[in-house]
Ligand binder design. Sequence first.
Ligand code: UDP
Length: 333
Amino acid sequence: MTVLVIGGAGYIGSHTVDLLINKGYEVIVLDNLLTGHREAVHEEATLYVGDIRSLEDLNAVFSNKRIEAVFHFAAQSTVNESVKNPMQYYENNVYGTMNLLKTMESSHTKYLIFSSSAAVYGNAGKAPIPETAPLAPLNPYGETKLAMERMITWWAASSKSKYISLRYFNAAGAKSSGEIGEDHAIETHLIPIVLQTALGRRKKMYIYGEDYPTSDGTCIRDYIHVEDLAEAHLLALTYLRNGGESNVFNLGNGSGYSVKEVIAEAEKVTHANIPISIAPKRAGDPVCLVAAAEKAQKELLWLPKKSSLRQIINDAWKWHKYNPDGFKTIAKM
Ligand code: UDP
């Protein structure tokens, strides 16, 4: 079975490609390599360098091979950047997805597994958050994910295609072998920043806000291992191939950790002192995002295998320790 992974050179995409190849799928990757890395793509996958904002690039891939399913990871995903450049987010994320859906329709591609986000919920007001919670994004990133989800719903209703939207909470960790991991040119995510500080690549790190209404005043997130996320994508495809209907699922562990708790756990894993400073709150940050993920467990038969924060930070640490320059280290080898 041939599947297309759009954004397969990115963080979550590359881990999913790796798993798909290991499970025997024929995998094509389409990625513009603006934030993704060629070295992250499994050598047995066929890589097309192209952009979903270009119908020509999409047609070049779809006209070459019968594709049964698409995994769509290609999106800009930084909250802060989206607040500064909302139009760029609409163009990349929403317009790009519109092109993808048109191309899938004309090539009669049956299944779409879509990377959505907990950012669609905004400040949900309760934890854990079920899929039925009100959708009220706090930033353009979350708005574009919601717009994409809604576009996909209407597209599927008018075609023979089916979709699964997966609302990720906070993806973290790395492949346990340490071969691939998280590498952003400008890092904004908590766990990589904490570990870069532990490595001494940063003198100190900043905690964005210490007076949130939580027990220690810092924001709470539900961290989920990237390998568990990858597994959920495969299960989502199996679910559709077995006759399951279009659906939406949260993917998280159901446990929330504050920024300070993450730093404390990282100090234990790395045996390093992690210097911190308190900085102003980041625009668009929800206070608390914790998943109710029973639906995915029940219906997709998804069972996260690396659900503890310790395991997640451990695997991320392996990647950062041995690849302090990310994929640049690997490219040199
Ligand atoms: N955060 C922080 N310092 C950093 C990076 C992140 O205090 O250097 C906080 C951020 O404000 C948020 C949490 O850590 O409350 C998780 O942020 P991240 O960017 O990893 O994920 P997000 O939830 O924004 O998608």
